[in-house]
Design a protein around this ligand. Structure first.
Ligand code: FAD
Ligand code: A2P
Length: 423
């Protein structure tokens, strides 16, 4: 066999750097750690990827959904992909080189499989090991996604921008209202949009869009208006606590009334609220993770006024202090018989340090009663770090009630009743 005849043509799984909004969803959903990133790009390691497709449905933009023709001797390394600003053209195939005709494996949601079937597929463990569901609750309204894309963004006008944490605190969180004029922007509570900050990064490439959860209900921040709100924290330090001014969050927090922003989306098809009037919603959030909870709560509040909602709402909200808790005033004004509010304050001078998971444990009996009810959906949003703590608290209270956590966790995911959005 000559060296030339050993060459084949294959489709290499690649991520489009022009469309990717660097939301980390693909890296999280890859069951075999084939996806990685640097400051520039998210990339797929061809030596690890087995084309299982687990990363494809969760990607909000479709940037993940690219298979480019390459020669088996000339696949793109991770390092090479880190330098890209756009995807390469398919490689030319010399005459006589064999095609690899195999297609990527089609994804079957593991929830739809029996344990035996799941064990036989290469996606078997993906959604079972993920913390939350990849499908919405059965009664959720049908979402529109990717209405506006990287190549077709929409402009929105800033009609409000004000701080929702006390002015002398470190946490600078803004409530920003965007109006879409006569451009349709169909959204549901729990979805997000992404916004392009102006300018270029250190490599001279246009900044990529950043994702923000929608903080208003489907019928608008102001009912009947074509507007929506987002809740943005000004990033002044990185996850490593080193000082750095976040590009997009600072741009957004500094916006003035009548400024115009470039938006894509909406994104998200599973973190959606149930639509039946007697649903129960357990909301667990920290910081700006309050955004989707505000959207859902306000939706229920408007429906309640029309006698169209009579379910139970329970909120666990974590912040450093009351003064650093976004929307503290309006939240405390909500009637106690409408929503059961539990504040976990970690740096309050006169209260012991609490995290949301501590309060979930303290309210174990009531949380368990809700979890047992098939009409209850649970939403977790905010700091990535709380995911583990919340899951562990849920596991403890379920186990202590005499139930099997693995079974209940699988059931909650299979029925679209447990959702995480952490960043
Ligand atoms: P960058 O310039 O991108 O990053 C600067 C530095 O800050 C980097 O070192 C980076 O690692 C670090 N960093 C990035 N994000 C954070 C953060 N959140 N906290 C601390 N350090 C950070 N943000 C909101 O404020 N409100 C939301 O409702 C919201 N919803 C989101 C929903 C989803 C699904 C996702 C994936 C993210 C969401 N984010 C939200 C985060 C948001 O997309 C940006 O990542 C964030 O605003 C920082 O962007 P930046 O351009 O200011 O920082
Ligand atoms: P902490 O005081 O320990 O930082 P932030 O203000 O940084 O957005 O955080 C919001 C809240 O989430 C704070 O009270 C913070 O507490 C808390 N928090 C930090 N880490 C976790 C975690 N692993 N689980 C739950 N809450 C957390």
């Amino acid at each position: 066999m000559t060296a030339a005849s050993a060459v084949t043509v294959k489709k290499q799984h690649l991520i489009d750097p022009e469309i990717c909004i660097r939301c980390n969803t693909c890296e999280e959903s890859c069951p075999i750690d084939a996806i990685t990133h640097d400051v520039n790009n998210y990339v797929v390691d061809d030596s690890i990827c087995n084309d299982c497709m687990a990363c494809v449905p969760p990607c909000p933009t479709g940037a993940i959904d690219n298979w480019i023709q390459v020669l088996s001797t000339n696949t793109y390394s991770v390092e090479e992909q880190f330098t890209w600003n756009e995807l390469p053209e398919p490689q030319e195939v010399p005459e006589g080189v064999a095609q690899d005709m195999s297609e990527p494996v089609e994804v079957v949601p593991a929830e739809a499989l029996s344990a035996d079937e799941a064990a036989l597929t290469n996606v078997a463990n993906t959604p079972f090991t993920a913390a939350g569901a990849s499908i919405p609750p059965w009664s959720a309204a049908h979402p529109y996604v990717n209405w506006y894309t990287h190549k077709n963004p929409v402009s929105a006008t800033v009609v409000g921008n004000y701080r929702v944490t006390d002015s002398d605190t470190e946490s600078d969180i803004h409530h920003i209202v965007l109006d879409f004029g006569d451009n349709p922007m169909p959204v549901l509570e729990g979805q997000s949009i992404a916004i392009f900050p102006p300018g270029n990064d250190a490599n001279g490439r246009a900044h990529h869009a950043r994702q923000y959860s929608i903080a208003s209900p489907r019928d608008g921040e102001r009912p009947g208006y074509n507007n929506l709100s987002i809740t943005v924290k000004r990033v002044r330090a990185g996850h490593d606590s080193n000082p750095v001014d976040g590009v997009c969050s600072n741009y957004l927090c500094d916006l003035q009334k009548n400024d115009v922003v470039k938006v894509i989306g909406p994104f998200g098809s599973s973190f959606l609220m149930p639509n039946q009037p007697d649903a129960n919603i357990v909301m667990i959030c920290t910081g700006t993770g309050a955004a989707p909870m505000r959207a859902m709560t306000e939706r229920c509040r408007r429906l309640t006024k029309e006698n169209k909602f009579n379910g139970t709402l329970m909120l666990f909200f974590g912040a450093r202090t009351e003064r650093e808790l976004p929307y503290f005033g309006p939240l405390m004004n909500l009637p106690k018989d409408f929503i059961d509010v539990n504040l976990a304050l970690s740096r309050s001078a006169d209260k012991p340090k609490k995290y949301v998971q501590d309060l979930i444990r303290e309210r174990a009996h009531d949380v368990m009663n809700l979890l047992k009810d098939s009409k209850t959906c649970v939403y977790v949003c905010g700091l990535k770090g709380m995911e583990e703590g919340v899951l562990s608290a849920l596991k403890d209270i379920v186990t202590e009630s005499g139930r099997n956590w693995e079974d209940m966790h699988a059931e909650l995911k299979a029925k679209g009743r447990l959702h995480f959005e952490t960043y």
